[in-house]
Design a protein around this ligand. Structure first.
Ligand SMILES: Cc1cc2nc3c(=O)[nH]c(=O)nc-3n(C[C@H](O)[C@H](O)[C@H](O)COP(=O)(O)OP(=O)(O)OC[C@H]3O[C@@H](n4cnc5c(N)ncnc54)[C@H](O)[C@@H]3O)c2cc1C
Length: 400
């Protein structure tokens, strides 16, 4: 039995049968199908599209989407379970999953109108289409309101111009094939003295004027997920591609950032859990000075601190997931805080795992080297640690 299996006997909050079965089935998929390809796709810097499409029939691609639109109609807790399990094996694949299922699909499921949901969600939930979300730009990340991609109203259409950067699933391959469906944030043309009005749009691969710029290669981690620049050059969209009302994007963004940050925190749990498993096994096998490694106090500190910190983060992530209502914003404080706790925890635990394994930890064979590189992204994507500190403090001050 792996160390992970031993913990799972003490699963949190007496999971419902549905949640327990979900975890079991994703874990089986992860062990049988994800694990054998993870190192290879990391090395090739490629996204495993055929494997990704298999998540459709498993009901994972529209995990939080209502059943009537082709989804599974599950809650935030289910989404956390999925991200934790996938990430324990292949965080880059889990990131591609997050970009599709949370950033694109969940956002459409929560914020689009009925006709839009009927048109786009079934294909996204089945795996026929791959989705992405475009918010960040070359000159605007944390300071999102300074975005310069514009959507100018022209008759019954919107004309988009600008660039988005760092878009996971933005392209799906080396040939620059764009994602099938992009949830895009763009600003109305700024008028002197007015606040920036940002709107949400759906862009599809066929739209003229939409193209993939550079594919970002040589990333530190998350190498089996694709990252791209997306270009909009007089890209004309019919009015029905606008989600909600003009200028309503901040609400969409805020609602969706909560589940995004929570599931990124869940990815941190998967990474840490796997690293603890690897370091425990190694410390029980490797001998030095006539003893097993786990007999040494400094190795015990690495293992025990990792175990305790992982469980503290896990309790917070699951508690937040149980409270999070996908349709109502109101958990910004907790979703910022869980990611602020969980992301550095994963990086620290992965770092300790490398230390426990010594030279073997530094190379690919034992996986912890890849997990350490992947963990770093969690301190940047979906909001940097500093952005979470800023948000948490401003929310606490507002509450006074
Ligand atoms: C692999 C990868 C995948 C990604 N996927 C997506 C995606 O699918 N869609 C998408 O839209 N984006 C995506 N991103 C972008 C990501 O969300 C941004 O990188 C992130 O929000 C930070 O923005 P930035 O890189 O512009 O950094 P900046 O905002 O320029 O920040 C640079 C530094 O300054 C700090 N800083 C900025 N403002 C403040 C402040 N007010 N107070 C204190 N410190 C501050 C930051 O914390 C950071 O340390 C991805 C990024 C990566 C690396």
């Amino acid at each position: 039995m792996s160390v992970q299996e031993a913990w799972m006997k003490y699963d949190l909050y007496n999971p419902s049968d549905e949640h327990a079965i979900l975890r079991r089935s994703i874990r089986t998929f992860a062990e049988k199908e994800l694990e054998p390809q993870a190192e290879e796709f990391n090395n090739k810097e490629q996204f495993n599209i055929p494997l990704f499409r298999k998540l459709g029939p498993l009901g994972l691609l529209g995990i939080t989407t209502p059943v009537e639109y082709g989804g599974s109609g599950l809650d935030a807790l289910a989404a956390v379970i999925a991200h934790e399990e996938l990430s324990a094996v292949d965080p880059a694949f889990a990131l591609a999953y997050l970009a599709h299922a949370m950033l694109c699909v969940n956002n459409i499921a929560v914020n689009a109108d009925d006709a839009q949901k009927k048109r786009y969600l079934p294909k996204l939930c089945s795996g026929e289409w791959i989705g992405a979300m475009g918010l960040s730009e070359p000159g605007a990340g944390t300071d999102v309101l300074s975005m310069s991609t514009t959507a100018k109203k022209s008759g019954a259409s919107y004309i988009l111009n600008g660039r988005k950067l760092w878009i996971t699933n933005g392209t799906v391959d080396d040939a620059g094939t764009p994602c099938d469906c992009l949830l895009l944030y763009a600003a109305a043309e700024r008028k002197e003295g007015e606040r920036t009005k940002i709107s949400t749009f759906i862009v599809t691969a066929e739209d003229k004027g939409f193209s993939v710029g550079q594919k970002i290669r040589n990333k530190l981690g998350m190498r089996a997920s694709t990252t791209a620049e997306l270009c909009f050059d007089d890209c004309s969209l019919p009015a029905e591609r606008l989600l909600g009302a003009e200028g309503e994007a901040i609400t969409h963004m805020m609602r969706n950032l909560e589940i995004e940050r929570l599931t990124l925190a869940a990815m941190a749990l998967g990474i840490a859990r796997r690293c603890i498993d690897v370091m425990c096994k190694y410390a029980n096998e490797r001998q030095a000075f006539g003893k097993k490694l786990h007999a040494f106090g400094q190795i015990q500190a690495h293992i025990a601190n990792s175990y305790a910190e992982f469980n503290a983060a896990r309790a917070y992530v699951y508690d937040t997931a149980r409270r999070l209502d996908l349709n109502k914003p109101g958990n910004r404080l907790a979703s910022d805080a869980v990611k602020l706790i969980a992301a550095p925890m994963a990086k620290t635990v992965a770092d300790r795992a490398i230390q426990v394994l010594g030279g073997y930890g530094y190379v690919g064979e034992y996986t912890v080297e890849r997990l350490w590189r992947d963990a770093k992204l969690l301190e940047i994507g979906g909001g940097t640690n500093e952005a979470h500190q800023k948000n948490i403090t401003s929310d606490l001050m507002r509450a006074l």
